[in-house]
Design a binder for this molecule. Structure first.
Ligand code: C2E
Ligand code: MG
Ligand code: MG
Length: 300
């Protein structure tokens, strides 16, 4: 009875469990609502998400990134939020996976690119020399015309392509390295920079990594959560830095939460850092005031 009180529900949930078992190559899987794309709540999110960008319910916050060891702020990463009517502010983990499956990710991706490029163009015309980064999901790189969408946004707002970085997660890249290589190659040809996000949490094939036209690896914040007190975490950061150096890539440490961790990642050879010790995600207009008071100024 815990899994349903009607034949319909039980059959539908058995089908969901069977699909998960097949996907995971597991002989047995017990129904779990976490893995069910058709729960009432998820279906309601799917419905509410359609048109969210058009209705002005999305907004971006920007997470500064500093270069090391100088500690100048060099760019800011756009992070999307959704003010869902009657439900408050939602973070990407609550709606991006659902948007990916339902298709509304296309609208979100376009909106994020436009807004992030526009924000960066405004900073630059106000004399704030920062770049901007956007996150693309797996569905994002499969969207037909994604390269043209990015190119057009840069043209419309007059932003130099080198000011934009596109971030793809390691698992997203490795799920379809061929498409990722194509898209990143085209973006590279435009002059757009790219980074592999959440590095260390997926399974990178080093042969693919070598051939990918990327500029940076972003070490996942799970490795920095304990402030690198665990020697294993430190080893992972050090190995990633070594690997990146061999491949001619730069390394960004994500999730730096203390001064000690910032000093440590700098001494381990990371080129950049982000995290709550530097700043929490900021509104686009708060970035200027933050730069002048934070101790992490933009380059003069
Ligand atoms: P991400 O790209 O790795 O972004 C970093 C996440 O870690 C952000 O969470 C950020 O607020 C959080 N964070 C940064 N520094 C710290 C720290 O020092 N401590 C802690 N505890 N957290 C920190 P957020 O905004 O919830 O985003 C989560 C993920 O959602 C992002 O991970 C990214 O993969 C995805 N995402 C965000 N915006 C977009 C978007 O516009 N499109 C797509 N497709 N995905 C997005
Ligand atoms: Mg990111
Ligand atoms: Mg990340």
């Amino acid at each position: 009875p815990a899994d349903g009180d009607s034949a319909d529900t039980l059959l539908r949930r058995a089908a969901v469990a069977a699909a998960v078992a097949k996907r995971r190559a597991q002989p047995v899987f017990r129904y779990d609502s976490e893995c069910d794309p058709f729960t009432q709540e998820r279906l309601a999110v799917v419905t509410d998400l359609w048109g969210a960008a058009e209705r002005g319910e999305l907004r971006l916050e920007f997470l500064p990134a500093v270069d090391l060891p100088a500690r100048n702020t060099v760019s800011a990463e756009a992070l999307v939020r959704w003010r869902r009517p009657g439900k408050g502010l939602l973070f990407p983990c609550d709606f991006i996976p659902i948007a990916e499956r339902s298709g509304s990710i296309r609208e979100i991706t376009r909106w994020v690119i436009q807004e992030a490029v526009a924000a960066c163009a405004t900073w630059q015309s106000d004399g704030i020399p920062l770049g901007v980064a956007v996150n693309l999901s797996t569905a994002g790189i499969h969207e037909p015309g994604i390269v043209e969408i990015i190119e057009q946004a840069l043209q419309v707002h007059g932003l130099p392509p080198t000011s934009l970085t596109v971030e793809l997660t390691e698992s997203g890249v490795m799920r379809d390295p061929k498409v990722a290589t194509q898209v990143l190659g085209s973006l590279h040809a435009l002059g757009v920079r790219s980074a592999i996000d959440d590095f260390g949490t997926g399974y990178s094939c080093l042969a693919h990594l070598r051939n990918l036209p990327v500029h940076a690896l972003k070490i996942d914040r799970s490795f920095l959560q304990g402030g690198l007190a665990d020697p294993q975490d430190r080893n992972i950061v050090q190995s990633t830095v070594n690997l990146a150096h061999q491949l001619g890539l730069s390394v960004v440490a994500e999730g730096v939460e203390s001064e000690a961790t910032l000093e440590l990642v700098s001494s381990l050879g990371c080129h950049r850092a982000q995290g709550h010790h530097i700043a929490r995600p900021l509104h686009r207009r708060s970035l200027g005031p933050w730069l002048s008071t934070s101790g992490f100024p933009a380059l003069a």
